[in-house]
Write a protein that binds this ligand. Structure first.
Ligand code: NAP
Ligand code: G4F
Length: 321
């Protein structure tokens, strides 16, 4: 039985990945942070709680990482833990860099010292590209990285550390550069789930308006369930290297609002108002990823399209509220 260790197992991706690896027959271990509301710690992994083993730890606490890796002796390490909110990273830049960059260095050091024969996946991000776009309107592995947020800067450092450790110490360490991916488990302060939840609340008469920031930025949105499957494929390819994972479709936040409100029989223009509070000091305007390589070489293919994913999110919020 292979052993997988997931940091960020309580997050959106961590919870889907844990379920997927359990299904594949892995013994799954996860690192969780202590939270003051105990129920929040494991709400996303509630259904598989008895099938995974979790340990308290933190990316910033190096000794906790050494202890856990030594105890688990993982075959595969998925490093998904991060301060993952781009706008919030402008408010807490130092914490963001400590967790997302130094935290990754801590993970790499513990991995190299304790289980260098294991495989290591790093959750890299399309936010690293900033506003760089190739001539064909896409971003890919060779696109220039010029981040426009503390979060993006932290992820570029982590990305480079992973490449460096792979080359310097001959480790099986890989970056998955994943474009935005969502699901009903997405935090409700990310735009897709915020819009879906807000629109369903409006439909049910629970609120009157929805406040958003920039409606004109474009994102390449896929489903988290599809994207965690790519993580496993990436790590189990014979050659350790980096990949981009995307749908290749892009939509504006305005188009997202239009689709969600229309699905509920509403016009978003009657309800959405803009509030500067949700704007960013510097915005990433446009993302559209080229994932041809992972589709052709590893056979990755998303099962959800945009409409299926948003419909699933709407349906879940209709039940929840
Ligand atoms: P998420 O839902 O915010 O989950 C992040 C996880 O990291 C949570 O379990 C969180 O724990 C944990 N965490 C945060 N700081 C930590 C620390 N210092 N030590 C240990 N654990 C810590 O994010 P996600 O959407 O699942 O994303 C997973 C990873 O992929 C992240 O690295 C993110 O930056 C990256 N990524 C995401 C996307 C996307 O569109 N979703 C795209 C590209 C890359 P708590 O539950 O205690 O907060
Ligand atoms: O949903 P978002 O907060 O996601 P963002 O900033 O693209 O970051 C996500 O994707 C990255 C991959 O590219 C990940 F690395 C990262 O961890 C995270 O998962 O915002 C999407 C767009 C932005 O342009 C933002 O300005 O929506 C715009 N937006 C407009 N109003 C809003 C809002 N975003 C949020 N969160 N809240 C709003 O009210």
């Amino acid at each position: 039985m292979k052993k997988a260790l997931i940091t960020g197992i309580t997050g959106q991706d961590g919870s889907y990945l844990a379920e997927y690896l359990v299904q594949l027959g892995y013994e799954v271990f996860g690192i969780v942070r202590r939270q003051s509301v105990a129920e929040n710690q494991s709400s996303r992994i509630h259904e598989i709680n008895d099938q995974v083993t979790t340990y308290y730890g933190d990316l910033i606490d190096e000794t906790s990482l050494y202890k856990i890796i030594r105890r688990v002796q993982p075959d595969e390490i998925y490093n998904l833990a991060a301060m993952s909110h781009v706008r919030v990273s402008f408010d807490v830049p130092s914490f963001t860099i400590k967790t997302n960059a130094l935290g990754v260095l801590n993970m790499l050091e513990a991995y190299r010292e304790v289980t260098p024969e294991a495989k290591f996946y790093q959750a890299s991000s399309s936010e690293m590209f900033g506003n760089s776009v190739d001539n064909d309107g896409c971003q890919r592995l060779t696109t220039n990285m010029s981040p426009v947020s503390p979060y993006g800067c932290s992820k570029v450092m982590a990305y480079n550390l992973v490449c460096h450790y792979r080359n310097a110490y001959k480790l099986h360490a890989c970056n998955g550069i994943l474009f935005n991916h969502e699901s009903p488990r997405r935090g409700t302060n990310f735009v897709t789930n915020k819009v879906v939840k807000g629109a369903v609340e409006i439909k049910k008469g629970l609120r009157e308006k929805l406040e958003l920031g920039n409606l004109d930025s474009s994102r390449d949105w896929g489903h988290s369930y599809d994207y965690v499957r790519s993580m496993h494929l990436i790590l189990n390819h014979t050659e350790p290297r980096d990949w981009t994972v995307a749908t290749g479709e892009t939509r504006t936040v305005r188009q997202l609002c239009d689709y969600v409100f229309k699905s509920l029989g509403l016009n978003y223009r009657d309800y959405v108002v803009q509030n500067k509070r949700y704007m960013r000091p510097e915005e990433l305007n446009y993302l559209k990823g080229d994932s041809l390589e992972i589709r052709e070489k590893l056979g990755w293919k998303p099962r959800y399209n945009f409409e299926m994913m948003i419909d699933e999110m709407i349906s879940i919020w209709q039940d929840r509220l």
